[in-house]
Design a protein around this ligand. Structure first.
Ligand code: GLU
Length: 435
C-alpha cells in the first residue's frame, strides 16, 4: 500500500485542518524561515515537523459590557508553540489586525528567541483583535480580566507566563496578575512579567527590549566597521522599543534623522532632539506634528539616507515593494517579523546586514526571565545588576550566532534559527515522545 492509498489525515505529515500550507501571513513567513534552516539541522531534522505546528491553540470569545450598556464580543487567542525547553513565554498583543496566523507566528518566534538567548522557556503568545484606543480605561480593564479568565486554562507561573507586547503595558499585567490570583486564591506574581515594579516587576524591564536592540546593534556595528558616533538612524515605531533604542543610540552619539509611527512620518537631517520627541509622543500619542522636524510622505521613510534602520512596529513592514529603496547598512529588528523572506533576500543581495528579531529584540524576554526568577526567590536585584546581566547575555548570544553565520556563510537570521532549533529539537529528542 503506498502513501497515496491513505486518506489525507493518515499521511505522516498531513497538516491539521487549521494550518494552511500556503499561508501568506506571518505564519507563512515563519514556515519559510524554518525551511531555510532545515538543511543545517543534521539528524535533528527528523524532528523538524514539531516546529511547523503549534503545540496548543486556544481561541476564546471575550464578551464585555461597554460603558454605554451594550455587550461587545472580541476574539482572543493564546498559542503555545513549543514547550520542550520549559513553560510557555511570550507577550499579549491588543490590536485591531490580530489574527490567528499572526499569533501563531509570534508564538513560534518566541520559541526561537527564548532558545537563542538560552532562557529556560518554550514559546507562546496571545492577543485580542481589538483597537484599544477605542476603549475607555474601564472597558480595557474588563476586557483584560475576562481574557485572562478565559485563558486561565493554560497560563500559570510554571505553565505559561504572558508579558506586555504591542498596546499592552505594566497596567495590563497588573490586571492579569490580579485576575489570575483572584481565580486561584493566592497572589501569584510569577504568572506574568512586565508588571509594575511595586507588584513584583523588575527594574529595567520597560527599557529592556530597546537596550537589547542597542547592545546587539553596537556589537554588530563594531564587526562591520560602522561608527555609532555620527551614524544616521531611521526608526519605525517610537514606543517602548523604538523610543528606548533611539534614545540609547542618540546618547552614544548617533543622530535620529527619521521616525515613523501610526500618526505620521517625520524627518530632520540634523537629527531630532530625542528627549523632546519622547515627551511629544508621551503627551500627543505619536510623532505626528512634532515641531522639531518636517513631515514626510509615509512611503519616503524607507528611502531615507541613513546608516541604521530600526523597524520597531509591526510585521511585514519591510517587503518586496520597499526593500530595494533601503539605504541603511544595517537593519536591527526591534519588532517581531518586520521583514518578509523576499525582502530578506533583497537586503542580502544589496549587502545590508539584517540583525533579526529573534536575537535583536530578545532583551525584553531576557529581563522578563530575570523578573520571574526574582518573583520566585522574592529577592530583587538592582537596576545596574539587571542591565549588566542583560548586556552580557545579549553580547554572548550575539557572538555565538555571528560565529555560526560566518562558519556556515548564512544570514544572521538563519544562524540564529540554527542555534535555536538545535536547542529546541535536542530537548525534544531527549524528552522523547510520551506515551
Ligand atoms: N513581547 C515581548 C517579545 O515579543 C516580550 C515577551 C516576554 O517578555 O515574555 O519578545
Amino acid at each position: 500500500m503506498s502513501v497515496h492509498d491513505h486518506p489525507a489525515h493518515l499521511l505522516p505529515h498531513a497538516l491539521p485542518s487549521y494550518l494552511n500550507p500556503d499561508d501568506v501571513g506571518p505564519w507563512g513567513t515563519y514556515l519559510q524561515q524554518v525551511d531555510r534552516v532545515t538543511p543545517y539541522l543534521g539528524s535533528l531534522a527528523r524532528w523538524v515537523e514539531t516546529l511547523k505546528r503549534p503545540k496548543r491553540i486556544l481561541i476564546v470569545d471575550v464578551p464585555i459590557e461597554m460603558d454605554d450598556g451594550s455587550i461587545a464580543h472580541f476574539e482572543g487567542y493564546r498559542v503555545q508553540h513549543n514547550l520542550s525547553r520549559g513553560p510557555g513565554k511570550g507577550g499579549v498583543r491588543f490590536h485591531q489586525d490580530v489574527t490567528l496566523s499572526e499569533v501563531m507566528a509570534l508564538s513560534a518566534w518566541m520559541s526561537i528567541k527564548n532558545a537563542a538567548v538560552n532562557v529556560p522557556y518554550g514559546g507562546a503568545k496571545g492577543g485580542i483583535r481589538v483597537d484599544p484606543r477605542k476603549l475607555s480605561k474601564g472597558e480595557l480593564e474588563r476586557l483584560t480580566r475576562r481574557y485572562t479568565s478565559e485563558i486561565g486554562l493554560l497560563i500559570g507561573p510554571t505553565k505559561d507566563i504572558p508579558a506586555p507586547d504591542v498596546n499592552t503595558n505594566a497596567q495590563t499585567m497588573a490586571w492579569m496578575m490580579d485576575t489570575y490570583s483572584m481565580n486561584t486564591g493566592s497572589t501569584a506574581t510569577g504568572v506574568v512579567t512586565g508588571k509594575p515594579v511595586d507588584l513584583g516587576g523588575s527594574l529595567g524591564r520597560v527599557e529592556a527590549t530597546g537596550r537589547g536592540v542597542f547592545t546587539v546593534g553596537v556589537e554588530a556595528a563594531k564587526l562591520i566597521g560602522l561608527p555609532i558616533e555620527g551614524a544616521r538612524l531611521a526608526v519605525q515605531g517610537f514606543g517602548n522599543v523604538g523610543g528606548t533604542a533611539g534614545k540609547l543610540f542618540a546618547d552614544a552619539g548617533a543622530k535620529v534623522v527619521a521616525v515613523q509611527d501610526h500618526t505620521g512620518s517625520i524627518y530632520n537631517p540634523d537629527g531630532v532632539d530625542v528627549p523632546a520627541l519622547l515627551e511629544h509622543v508621551r503627551s500627543q500619542g505619536g510623532v505626528g506634528g512634532f515641531p522639531g522636524a518636517q513631515s514626510m510622505a509615509a512611503d519616503d521613510f524607507w528611502a531615507v539616507n541613513c546608516d541604521i534602520l530600526i523597524p520597531a512596529a509591526l510585521e511585514g513592514q519591510i517587503n518586496k515593494d520597499n526593500a530595494h529603496r533601503i539605504q541603511a547598512k544595517m537593519v536591527i529588528e526591534g519588532a517581531n517579523g518586520p521583514t518578509t523572506p523576499e525582502a530578506d533576500d533583497i537586503l542580502h543581495d544589496k549587502g545590508v546586514l539584517v540583525l533579526p528579531d529573534v536575537i535583536a529584540n530578545a532583551g525584553g524576554v531576557t529581563v522578563s526571565y530575570f523578573e520571574w526568577v526574582q518573583d520566585f526567590s522574592s529577592f530583587f536585584w538592582s537596576e545596574d545588576e539587571i542591565n549588566a546581566r542583560l548586556v552580557r547575555i545579549m553580547q554572548e548570544a550575539f557572538a555565538a550566532v555571528w560565529q555560526v553565520a560566518q562558519e556556515n556563510k548564512v544570514s544572521v537570521r538563519t544562524a540564529t534559527f540554527i542555534v535555536a532549533c538545535q536547542r529546541i529539537l535536542h530537548a525534544r529528542e531527549m524528552r522523547g515522545l510520551y506515551p
